[in-house]
Design a protein around this ligand. Structure first.
Ligand code: PEP
Length: 247
């Protein structure tokens, strides 16, 4: 299976003109057909790329779990689907830490995304404190189980997981590739225990956290890591292309 590289633009850039320039740079520069690329711009820019022929897919950075109604400021999966989005990032650490998003809320979002036929990219990871106290595995197992509550094994198999330790996001302090691999194998072990061998073998786990062209390849050597979630470096199209084109 092709490695999957997801660009998370977060709340950037600040104008549609800039977003269009970035997309044009990607359209012109992405040549590596051995890699699957997904670009997740802010919601407001999505419709302007809806009818473009792209060699990559579009994703969103969040969604709400209801399709419509009195939920001021929210964007539903149904709306996202209409913009041509195929993937939805859920439970990003910035949403958990800054917006107070809970595992229970992420669970509702995962269900809504699965029901719509889009692919949820579910982020998980430990805090620095948990890591320092040696609680990474315990906290991640708990977080995953809460986020996946009452989701069938057929549906869990459709989820893409992204190991994104809080302390590695946007800090320049990337997790070592050995530790990321250990975590990917740990997630697969849990999937095997709860959902069976087939899910364990097929589930995709990405790594995200301070990825750049200098360290990207080291994570992709082992097949247990199916790809990368790239934040900061995806805003510089040259840097992002360096990552993708070197795979
Ligand atoms: C992210 O936001 O998902 C991320 C991985 O950010 P960064 O690459 O900047 O650490």
């Amino acid at each position: 299976m092709k490695k999957l590289i997801i660009a998370n633009w977060k709340m950037n850039p600040v104008s549609l003109k800039e977003a269009q320039k970035m997309m044009a740079g990607l359209k012109a520069g992405l040549k590596n057909s051995k890699v699957e690329v997904v670009v997740c711009p802010p919601f407001v820019y999505l419709t302007s790329f809806k009818f473009q022929v792209l060699s990559f897919k579009l994703g969103a950075q969040n969604c709400f779990w209801e399709n419509r109604g009195a939920f001021t400021g929210e964007v539903s999966v149904k709306m996202l689907k209409d913009t041509g989005v195929k993937y939805v990032i859920l439970g990003h650490s910035e949403r958990r830490i800054i917006m107070g998003e809970t595992a229970g809320q992420v669970n509702k979002k995962i269900k809504a995304v699965l029901q719509s036929g889009l692919v949820p990219v579910v982020c998980f990871g430990e805090s620095l404190e948990e890591k320092q106290q040696g609680k990474s595995f315990v906290s991640i197992e708990k977080e995953l189980k809460e986020m996946l509550e009452k989701i069938s094994k057929e549906n869990v198999a459709k989820i893409i997981f992204a190991y994104e330790p809080d302390w590695a996001i946007g800090t320049g302090n990337n997790c070592s590739s050995d530790d990321a691999l250990t975590m990917a194998l740990f997630v697969k072990k849990i999937m095997g225990e709860v959902y069976g061998k087939k899910v364990k073998e097929s589930v995709r786990v990405l790594y995200g956290g301070s990825i750049g062209a200098d360290n990207a390849l080291s994570y992709l050597e082992n097949e247990a890591i199916s790809g990368l979630l790239v934040g900061g470096a995806s805003l510089n199209i040259k840097k992002f292309l360096d990552i993708v084109e070197n795979i």
